[in-house]
Write a protein that binds this ligand. Structure first.
Ligand code: BG6
Length: 484
């Protein structure tokens, strides 16, 4: 199978924060891979803009090192690397002052896609937006890309939306949630809406519950200061897990276009019900040998921020009333794995008798690692000796199904940046979606703050606090094992 790569229009992409961590780890290595794949037309330019005192030659060297360190696989020869480096330029710009802006404006070329990536803290969004206009760089067709965190509550998200709306139309704003760029996440929509098999069963009549797990093995590392102000709820659940929830729960959009999809996602968020205190568990990882505890990593001995959160959500609509959605995410857990499991109800009557046991169909959508899907079906255990039942997986690993092509599956950032250039907003969050998500999480956070809840310590390498297991046990259900 040979994947088709369609080059995007010639573009100028300016990366504010072009020397920062995200640019070095994700954005630039992602662009490099798209360059290698032949997706960037001749003449496309990437312009790093930051405060560091560099020139273009030094910037190219920095990017070369970043690509070698963080690029996945090295399918490029030296000539290709040089070709990519030649697309790079650097301008020293002060977001809050006037330095560099005129030079940047002088570099802009007409008749090409123009995109500005705000890979900086949200505190600078307003300054950048204002100066892009002041220096005549932001016309009605340019695009801006903004990163999470998009606010830390409803009010701050509203403020950010208002600042951006002063300068740009919503159709120009690309709010990134990199989970939406993951291959399996998009496949989720195709599996649901491209097959007749699943959709008729996709409701509370047939689905017992849905579990979404995003488990990480890393701690908060060098990001302690940022993380301690956010916690798992703001850092992961309010955005990544809620986006997954939306895609799994939404009604079929009339077409695969940005507003049709985002309208349906928004309806899911707005239908999310209240969460009772016993439906949420927060945890904090403990010290483990050489690895510090969360409190040490955050450098805040009295921190009440959670590095783990699990909750039971309810969607109050006709499709889902009565089917709970269990969500959990945390750091320093047993394995790095993300999956969605749709657990179907038991067959209404077992003709095989009680001894055959309880068997359930589970559709598992694996986001990472080993992207793929698995459908558990019940069969007869082979051989004589009566009717014993067994669950076996119908397994579709993308790597196996697609063979060598799976190595070419673009990483989330690669795909999303190319979508910005193509002008396709389907996989980006709309302003009202982000606000609705905060509107749901704000009272949950406020409630635990008012109660003075303390996060429960959990061991590194575990599945989180035992109370999270109880969250499901109480309902006669259990989490799937966190494993690769
Ligand atoms: C980021 C969070 O958005 O996603 C991080 O800020 C987290 O805390 C990361 O580690 C996880 O992304 P991925 O793609 O590695 O699952």
């Amino acid at each position: 199978m040979v994947s088709r790569v369609i080059p995007v229009e010639t573009f100028d992409l300016v990366i504010f924060g072009g020397t920062g961590d995200l640019a070095r780890r994700k954005i630039l290595p992602g662009l490099f891979r798209r360059f290698c794949a032949g997706q960037m037309e001749d003449g496309a330019r990437i312009i790093g803009a930051a405060r560091s005192d560099l020139d273009t030659a030094a910037y190219r060297e920095m990017v070369r090192e970043a690509v070698i360190e963080f690029g996945r696989g090295g399918t490029c020869d030296i000539g290709t690397m040089q070709g990519f480096l030649d697309t790079l330029h650097y301008v020293r710009v002060d977001a809050r002052g006037e330095q560099g802006w005129q030079s940047l404006a002088d570099m802009m070329l007409p008749d090409r896609v123009r995109a500005f990536y705000f890979s900086v803290g949200p505190g600078l969004f307003g300054d950048l937006a204002k100066r892009l206009h002041q220096y005549g760089m932001a016309d009605a067709s340019c695009r801006i890309v903004v990163e999470k965190p998009f606010g830390r509550d409803l009010q701050s998200a509203r403020d950010l939306n208002a600042v951006l709306a002063q300068h740009f139309d919503e159709t120009q704003i690309y709010r990134i949630d990199h989970y939406l760029g993951k291959e399996t996440v998009q496949n989720l929509m195709v599996v649901r809406f491209g097959n007749m098999l699943f959709e008729p069963l996709w409701n509370s009549q047939y689905v017992d519950h849905i579990q979404i797990t995003v488990a990480e093995t890393v701690g908060v590392g060098g990001r302690g200061e940022y993380y301690d102000r956010s916690g798992a709820m703001r850092d992961m659940l309010q955005n990544h897990l809620m986006q997954l929830l939306c895609l799994i729960a939404m009604e079929p959009p009339a077409k695969f276009d940005p507003d049709a999809v985002r309208d349906e996602k928004l309806k899911v968020i707005r239908a999310l019900g209240h969460i009772a205190p016993e439906e949420i568990v927060r945890g904090q990882y403990m010290k483990d040998g050489e690895n510090g505890s969360y409190l040490e990593d955050a450098n805040n001995p009295r921190s009440t921020t959670e590095s783990f959160v699990a909750l039971k959500a309810h969607i109050s609509n006709w499709r889902w009333a009565g089917t709970p959605f269990y969500l959990r995410t945390g750091k320093r857990l047993k394995a790095r794995t993300s999956e969605i499991a749709v657990v179907f109800k038991d067959a209404p009557h077992s003709i095989f008798g009680a001894k055959a046991g309880r068997h359930r169909n589970i559709l598992t959508i694996r986001l990472q690692p080993n992207e793929g899907m698995e459908l558990g079906v019940t069969i007869k255990e082979p051989g004589p000796g009566g009717m014993r039942l067994l669950d076996v997986p119908l397994d579709m690993s993308f790597a196996e199904a697609l063979g060598e092509d799976s190595a070419e599956i673009p990483d989330a950032y690669e795909r999303l940046i190319m979508d910005v250039i193509r002008g396709n907003q389907t996989l980006f969050m709309r302003g009202d979606e982000v606000e609705a998500a905060w509107k749901w999480t704000d009272p949950i956070i406020a409630a635990w703050e008012d109660r003075g809840d303390q996060p429960i310590p959990y061991e590194t390498g575990s599945s989180g606090p035992d109370d999270a297991l109880m969250l499901m046990h109480r309902d006669g259900r259990r989490w799937r094992e966190i494993m690769i």
